[in-house]
Design a protein around this ligand. Structure first.
Ligand code: SF4
Length: 290
């Protein structure tokens, strides 16, 4: 079996902080307007968020976006009006009516927590840097920024596929937000394979899946795992590289170029017998230590 992943585009629009807050606020007003059968413009005015009367939040703010001071003022104006809308909802709608709005009210809280901070002088500003699990869309709450490579970004999810290499059959699949490591996608795949009582003889994976539980399952059952190793360059061209040492992961042994064998535990440093190394004719190629 082979497991691999590829980008899966999210369904929602990716927006910056101002448009995320504006989008959630506009959705709240739209739902309230439907529930109360009042025009959205009236709700916007009553709830103290006249910005929503404009065709877009940024048009409503009507600022010079190249001026850093005006740009900083924009988020303060919007945050004040969004808070006013939240207070209005709290005051005027009971819990039952509030229920369809919950998604958008929670979205505002999440965007505020991840993207905004309060400065020492009490003003609200956009936080520097990107929050680790930043929400990027209002309508598709789980989608995230992901990277195919250092320069290629995508927005949405990763779809993980486990395919039988002998038969054209997809054995299991999973979807994770694009910012999550590959091994998280392999976990539900491993469960699904167990449920099907399949025994994997060979597993072919990218390095990103090496830490996933399915690898342990295959090794425990006596199968083989194939993955491209990390690049191994010697510290100096005159010295052996890691490639010159034979590592047996199943027996947990490492054999040096002169044939000395040591047992290792993953994560621990291996030390070869200094007596043997002292007399070894290959020593000069092995270490520069005294
Ligand atoms: S010095 Fe010789 S014996 Fe010691 S680890 Fe290197 S190759 Fe092996």
């Amino acid at each position: 079996m082979a497991i691999d992943s590829r980008p899966l585009a999210g369904a929602g629009r990716v927006e910056d902080t101002i448009n995320l807050l504006g989008h959630a606020a506009r959705s709240i007003v739209r739902v309230v307007s439907k529930i109360t059968e009042r025009p959205p413009e009236e709700i916007g005015r009553k709830a103290g968020i006249p910005l929503l009367l404009a065709p877009s939040i940024k048009a409503g703010l009507d600022l010079d976006w190249s001026d850093p001071k005006q740009k900083a003022a924009a988020i303060q104006i919007l945050e004040r009006q969004v808070s006013s809308l939240q207070q209005w909802v709290d005051r005027h709608l009971d819990d039952v009516v509030e229920q369809p709005l919950r998604t958008y009210l929670d979205a505002i809280t999440q965007v505020r927590d991840q993207d905004l901070e309060t400065a020492e002088d009490g003003t609200v500003r956009i936080r520097q840097g990107v929050a680790p699990d930043r929400r990027v869309s209002i309508e598709d709450a789980e989608m995230r920024h992901g990277r195919k490579s250092r320069s290629k970004r995508f927005d949405g999810y990763k779809e993980h596929i486990a395919r039988d290499l002998d038969l054209p059959i997809i054995v299991a699949c999973a979807v994770t937000p694009a910012n999550r490591p590959e091994e998280e996608g392999a976990a539900p795949i491993a469960e699904d394979i167990q449920r099907q009582r399949l025994r994997l003889v060979e597993l072919h994976i990218d390095r990103a899946y090496v830490n996933s539980p399915v690898v342990d399952d295959v090794i425990r059952a006596g199968g083989q795992v194939f993955s491209k190793p990390w690049g191994q360059r010697a510290r100096s061209p005159d010295l052996f590289s890691k490639r010159d040492f034979k590592i047996d992961l199943r027996a947990k042994t490492i054999t040096c170029p002169a044939g000395q064998v040591e047992v290792f535990e993953p994560g621990d440093t291996v030390e070869f017998d200094p007596e043997e190394c002292g007399a070894c004719p290959l020593r000069a190629k092995c270490t520069q230590a005294a």
